[in-house]
Ligand binder design. Structure first.
Ligand code: P1T
Length: 379
């Protein structure tokens, strides 16, 4: 089955009871048993729910994995991955990454004795400088949030295999429409399904997808033991969102490209971060591992003026000033004061998250309206 067909049918079957084409929303916490342990595959909805299972099968299918696990948020999914580790273990992580992921690593798991090295991975060979016999995991976000750096997944997976450490890739920005990390050698794919997979800004959810049964069993144990699962209603919505992922992503990419080029030619704009430009430092890697370049674009204004950036995001009318990304509607954010405020100023400025940086999640509206909106807001 090819990708577009998989988004609609992958891992799915019509409901055996009445043949409903979409899985029913099994809004139940528990399931009747004829005798202790005598049930039809489900006993309690933290451990498993048929609507969530339908979603988890779809997730596994679209990422070319064998097992999918759905969580109550993207961070809950990341939390489960780090719980594979023990005190004393070390993680090599991308230095430019979602502020909440940085906060989870540096404020929660550091307390439990796990050490994180936040490093630039634009040149994958740099990763080896931080690997030692305590390293258990490489954590990669690509493209990164918000600087749109691109990391070579295949080269990173070769390093991970050589040192026998796990490689997890946060595929939130790219989605499996653009890149499929498991095929490039990653062990775990993670999503904030809140974003493009859900696609309509109406749910908060996370996902993990793996190929290996033992790893799936260990993650399922954590999912059930820690309990950060998503509910059946949200599972239904995510499943519905995934069915249009391919056509939404196609338009996100077209509009993202138009917006990136408009900004690059604007006299008041300093830098535009988008992997589709030939001048992007890892454009060749993006071209090799991604099908297109996505709908996320970040930029800075000339003079790096905080007040000017704030004025631009306040002036936007079609773009909504809001946290999050990946919905059908265009959103704009100011990472330094919003999504990445939990990273100390000194740290975030090292990776380029300066005061004038604006991040756009380019939606699927008409391109002309988006560009007219940016034009009037930038002035
Ligand atoms: O918000 P949640 O579903 O828990 O997902 C966390 C997360 C993980 N990984 C990436 C790359 C993300 O972008 C996010 C969430 N990001 C935002 C809310 C944001 O506006 O960037």
């Amino acid at each position: 089955m090819k990708f577009n067909t998989k988004t609609i049918h992958g891992g799915q079957q019509h409901d055996p009871a009445y043949g409903s084409v979409m899985p029913p929303i099994y809004q139940t916490s528990t399931y009747a048993q004829s005798t202790p342990g005598g049930h039809k595959g489900f006993e309690y909805s933290r451990s498993g729910n048929p609507t969530r299972s339908a979603l988890e099968n779809s997730l596994a299918s679209i990422e070319n994995g064998n097992y999918g696990l759905a969580f109550g948020s993207g961070l809950a999914a990341i939390d489960a991955v780090i719980k594979l580790l023990e005190p004393g273990d070390e993680v090599v992580s991308t230095n430019d990454l979602y502020g909440g992921t940085y906060r989870l690593f540096s404020s929660i798991f550091k307390k439990f004795g796990i050490k994180f090295h936040f490093i630039g991975m634009e040149n994958a060979s740099n990763i080896e400088n931080y690997i030692n016999d305590k390293t258990k995991l490489i954590w990669v976000e690509t493209p990164t949030n918000p600087m749109m750096n691109v990391i070579d997944i295949k080269a990173t997976s070769e390093i991970a295999k050589k040192h026998q450490v796990l490689l997890a890739v946060d595929n939130t920005f790219a989605t499996p429409y653009l890149q499929q990390p498991l095929d490039l050698g990653a062990d775990i794919v993670m999503h904030s399904a809140t974003k493009y997979l859900g696609g309509h800004s109406d749910l908060v959810m996370g996902a993990l997808i793996v190929k290996d049964k033992d790893l799936a069993d260990r993650l399922y144990f954590i999912q059930n033991a820690s309990g950060a699962v998503c509910g059946p209603q949200d599972s239904f919505l995510a499943l519905r969102g995934i069915k249009t992922l391919h056509i939404r992503m196609q338009r996100h990419c077209e509009n993202g490209k138009a917006v990136a080029h408009f900004l690059a030619n604007h006299p008041k704009i300093e830098n535009v971060y988008w992997p589709g430009f030939e001048t992007h430092p890892n454009h060749d890697i993006a071209k090799a591992q991604m099908k297109d370049f996505g709908g996320m674009v970040s930029f800075t204004t000339k003079g790096n003026n905080y007040e000017e950036a704030i004025k631009i995001v306040e002036n936007l009318k079609v773009f909504t000033l809001a946290e999050s990304l990946g919905g059908v509607e265009s959103l704009a954010g100011h990472p330094a004061s919003m999504t990445h405020a939990s990273i100390p100023k000194e740290e975030r400025e090292k990776t380029g998250v300066v005061d004038s940086l604006i991040r756009l999640s380019v939606g699927i509206e008409d391109e002309e309206d988006l560009i007219a909106d940016l034009k009037q807001a930038i002035g």
